[in-house]
Ligand binder design. Structure first.
Ligand code: ADP
Ligand code: MG
Length: 304
């Protein structure tokens, strides 16, 4: 059993999207036994990627010893098992440190994938203590890369292996930082380059990760290649898929009306869940880790 956490530093770069898609691809495509855990307990939204708005059993029930962890993991149609945090803001954050004693019970699984929180405050430290390795998700722009550098530094200080960087939402615009600029800056390998792809957002709206919802879309292919890499396998893209994507004969987007109804229903369910808001405890932030980035900024300025 290996435990990998998906971290970033900056929020909104695609951690939850990456975790949802890697887990789903590993279970459905590569038939691996995977548990996906929502470690972002304050801003928990992993369930939304799977169309689950209010998990019947949650991480909180496990930590409070109400439900054994093996019974709390929920099976998704793709085969991936989910251990979700409650969507409602019930308290500052669940103490994930306590999860350690329960993880042994998941030893029959090959991979435990933890979707981490944004920021590098108190919530991330227990996650780093739980995992063997981190994947760092970032976008090809300075604020995201700078925060990725801090995330890598925090992981290293906590003696966690950095498995690689996932560069997400790449549009190949001239102002974007390239892999050859990012790798030396982060001193880490970029192991996946995932393009900006409307299929990702379409998948979230439909309650199914893009690897299931549009399995041949450019982002889905990259997530499947990444999943394969993580388990030492290879994902071979079919000839027709390559041809279709080459000429961008993309599958027609889902008509608006088809997405509108489920999205509205989902919004109502989410609203109902969020009504249960309680007081948020104070969160103390850890001091940020500094990084050297001037040369990178200067180089980029000269290029533009
Ligand atoms: P994080 O977990 O790091 O905060 P999310 O995974 O929630 O970030 O991603 C934020 C949003 O970015 C998603 O809701 C989705 O709409 C969008 N997104 C992520 N990756 C992609 C992508 N490759 N192409 C298009 N949109 C994306
Ligand atoms: Mg997230």
């Amino acid at each position: 059993m290996k435990t990998i956490a998906v971290i970033s530093g900056k929020g909104g770069v695609g951690k939850t999207t990456a975790a949802a898609n890697i887990g789903t691809a590993l279970a459905s495509e590569f038939k691996k036994r995977v548990v996906l855990i929502d470690g972002s307990t304050i801003t928990s939204d992993l369930g939304l990627h799977f169309g689950i708005y209010s998990p019947s059993v949650s991480l909180e029930d496990v930590l409070k010893k109400k439900v054994p962890i093996l019974e709390a993991v929920q099976a998704h149609v793709s085969g991936v098992k989910l251990l979700l945090a409650p969507l409602a803001l019930s308290k500052a954050y669940l103490d994930l440190e306590e999860l350690k004693e329960f993880l042994n019970e998941l030893e029959s699984y090959e991979l435990i994938l933890i979707d981490s929180c944004s920021g590098l405050g108190n919530e991330i430290i227990p996650i780093l203590e739980l995992c063997d390795e981190v994947l760092v998700v970032t976008n090809p722009e300075l604020p995201a890369i700078t925060d990725a550098l801090k995330a890598i530094e925090v992981a290293k200080r906590n003696k966690v292996l950095v498995g690689g960087v996932v560069l997400n939402r790449v549009k190949n615009e001239r102002y974007e930082l390239s892999v050859s600029e990012i790798e030396p800056f982060l001193n880490a390998r970029v192991i996946a380059v995932v393009p900006e792809d409307a299929g990702v957002r379409e998948g979230i709206a439909s309650g199914n990760p893009v690897v299931l919802n549009s399995p041949n879309s450019p982002a889905a292919i990259e997530f499947k290649k990444l999943a394969a890499h993580l388990v030492g396998e290879e994902y071979i893209v079919g000839f027709f898929t390559r041809l279709m994507n080459l000429f961008r004969f993309r599958r027609k987007p889902v008509p608006k009306a088809a997405v509108e109804k489920p999205v509205k229903e989902a919004a109502v369910k989410v609203e109902e869940t969020l009504k249960k808001v309680e007081k948020v405890e104070e969160i103390k932030l850890q001091p940020a880790v500094g990084g050297e980035m001037h040369s990178l900024i200067e180089k980029k300025k000269m290029k533009l």
